[in-house]
Design a protein around this ligand. Structure first.
Ligand code: ADP
Ligand code: MG
Length: 399
């Protein structure tokens, strides 16, 4: 992993202005956030800087205003949620640069926190316009990026600022980068990757990257159907991308050459209709799926075999559920394997890192999020990292 500076590298910061990029893009309902996980993630960074006497200016995007002011997308809507999480009052500043920001900094005392407005109100943000970034940077003494979830974007507040001010990774960013490095950057072998979810087409780059880096590639979910079909298995009316057969075979060949074992299920849970506990529910060998049945989860024997694979591994990286986990009982394999991974992690034999929107929901459903080494809520940034891409916001921190 490229080196980056952290808050430990900050000297005396009392009275200095910290520009801190955070993720405040909270899911909202009736004017209140329904989930404040993202604020909680950045709380340690914000309070550490404030308690060291810096004037902390929070910088974030909120929704997709596409470069124009939008009354419904002001960060003032999340001010109350941020205050509740931090347990402190903060000052809302309806600009990101200029005299209003200057005057507000004058009013803030050392250790106070200000919240700048939605940085995406200005087209310079997403265009990563150097003049726009300079305008913001003029107000700060240093820059802290604590929003890994936005680091796959080369925007002014996620990338540009890092070149204009002394730049540091916040505590959440530091934790995320350290965990991801342990999982794929510099992992302890053998490494297993679980890739599941709905479609192969959304995760081609992930699969391509992983086969060259892990010893075991475990494929589940709808993706497994495409791989099984590519091997000549009749998957009935399962979700399956038949046009990707050649691609799936190429990935399996590449894995072969790289010494990566690809694990596909040999038993599956099927039904004729997609509903909770349908009357047609049954478990069968992959070669026994009827024409009018669909595969909705991997079977108990496959799950047990995968648990045995994890027992031989030191590292696990997981993206994508093994079945249609939102509907009972198609959460069974995902929950069981997640529990195995959690137990191995707690025993100290496995480093387990997982991410992805539905994966986080599935692990929460299994009740194991706390028992994994790290669960990333970063969505798009996490996937791009699994694709082996360099994230511009991270690269800029180590420049
Ligand atoms: P993530 O958000 O973690 O990256 P994906 O979005 O790729 O995961 O996939 C999650 C979705 O895949 C879930 O909605 C789940 O119901 C669906 N899924 C998993 N297995 C199957 C299956 N066998 N058939 C249909 N859908 C499936
Ligand atoms: Mg998803």
């Amino acid at each position: 992993m490229a080196k980056f500076k952290t808050l430990d590298d900050l000297g005396e910061i009392a009275g200095k202005v910290a520009l801190v990029r955070v993720d405040l893009n909270l899911p909202m309902k009736d004017g209140r956030a329904t989930d404040v996980t993202r604020v909680q993630a950045s709380m340690p960074t914000i309070l550490e800087l404030a308690d060291a006497g810096a004037k902390v200016l929070l910088l974030a995007h909120f929704g997709r205003p596409k470069g124009a002011r939008h009354s419904t997308m002001s960060t003032s809507f999340v001010q109350g949620d941020v205050e509740r999480v931090l347990g402190r009052e903060i000052m809302f500043i309806p600009e990101v640069m200029g005299p209003v920001v200057e005057q507000s900094i004058g009013i803030l005392r050392d250790g106070d926190i200000g919240l700048l407005d939605n940085v995406r109100f200005w087209p310079g943000e997403e265009a990563n316009d150097p003049a726009f970034a300079k305008g913001i940077a003029a107000h700060g003494d240093f820059y802290v990026n604590d929003a890994f979830s936005a680091a796959h974007r080369a925007h002014a507040s996620t990338e540009g600022l890092a070149h204009l001010l002394p730049a540091y990774a916040g505590r959440a960013m530091e934790k995320e980068l350290t965990a991801l490095d342990k999982a794929l950057g510099n992992p302890e072998a053998p490494v297993a990757a679980v890739v599941g979810g709905a479609k192969v087409s959304t995760k081609l780059d992930v699969l391509e990257n992983l086969v060259g880096r892990v010893q075991h590639l475990i494929i589940g979910g709808g993706m497994a159907n495409t791989f099984l079909a590519a091997r000549g298995v009749d998957v009935g009316k399962s979700l399956c991308e038949h046009d990707l057969a050649a691609t799936a075979n190429a990935i399996m060949d590449k894995a072969d050459h790289a010494g990566c074992t690809v694990h596909l299920p040999y038993d599956v849970v099927v039904a004729k209709e997609f509903a909770a506990n349908p009357p047609s529910l049954r478990t069968c060998n992959v070669h026994e799926v009827a024409e009018d049945e669909m595969i909705l989860d991997i079977g108990p024997q496959a799950t047990e075999a995968l648990a045995d694979v994890l027992k031989t591994c030191r590292t696990l990286v997981w993206n994508g559920p093994l079945g249609a986990f939102e509907t009972e009982p198609f959460d069974t394999a995902t929950v069981a394997l997640a529990k195995t991974a959690a137990a191995l992690t707690q025993d100290g034999s496995l480093t387990s890192v997982a991410g992805g929107g539905d994966t986080v929901a599935a692990l929460n459903h299994a009740g194991v999020t706390e028992d994994f080494t790290y669960v990333s809520t970063a969505g798009g940034a996490f996937l791009e990292w699994m694709e082996g891409k360099e994230l511009p916001g991270v690269a800029a921190l180590s420049a």
